[in-house]
Design a protein around this ligand. Sequence first.
Ligand code: TUI
Length: 303
Amino acid sequence: MKINELLGIEYPVFQGGMANIATGSFAAAVSNAGALGIIGAGGMNAQTLREEIRVCKELTEKPFGVNIMLMNPEAEKMAKIVTEEQICVVTTGAGNPGKYVETWKKAGVKVFPVVSTVSLARRLAASGADGVIAEGCESGGHIGELTTMALVPQVCDAVDVPVIAAGGIAGGRQMAAAFILGASGVQVGTCLLASVECPIHQNYKEAIIKAGDNATIVTGRSAGAPVRCLKNPMTREYLRMEQRGAEKMELEKFTLGSLRKAVVDGDVKYGSLMAGQVSGMVKEIRPLRQIFEEMVKEYENVR
Ligand code: TUI
């Protein structure tokens, strides 16, 4: 069965679980535009997640999901909320959600963990995940080592569940490429940052529009938590801190605080503007519906 039929969505497109950005109302807007909206619980606490789920339920009749960032200190509580609120789909990031899969499955939640290696994809498929999101390092935010081009076919060969390709996808040609690699759907984030509905500061949107192909850089490799964002004075300072051997805790605090600076205050110099390598392809701010329609139209033209 096709992934959009399995999940009851119009387009085979997941929205990335962008922490501090993908609120309940944004996820509802994405679902109403035909893709799978996903509440990004990364920067939330458990109580806020429950409130955002309620907001999303008010705003859409369509299926939507929740993304749990597993490094979040309240991930355990959030895992429970997902079952209590009978969420259709859960995606996870930044870790192994193995211990939650059985409970989620029993509650009828469809489980799509993000993986950046074949070994984790294999383990999660064997534990009962409904699919995996194979995310390459072209993505914005926290990333693994492999590129989408290398990762997706290897994951597709290793598991029998549907694979959603993520990282480096902003248009129909990349969607077509993902299907050729064996994927059943795609996940996108960066192209949705430049949407009318996205609740980030206008300065952040404009920085994506202005970005060229070489505009992103990866910070945090030394701390074991690589994060891709747009180059700015903050990333330069961060890389200097890494070079002088700053402690992991100091670096993590620096990154998390600065994401809010970008999203809320529009501080494009000292904020962390998480964005993928496809930023250079994003040229205008469009309504969500138009973004998905144009992606699928381009896909139809090239396939
Ligand atoms: O999670 C993401 N992207 C994110 S999370 C985030 S919030 C954050 N902010 C600062 C520092 C760190 C995080 C911003 N962007 N994407 C999914 C993703 N998951 N990418 C890589 C992974 C991943 C990494 C290791 C998945 C599993 C994994 O497993 C390790 C293990 O235990 O096997």
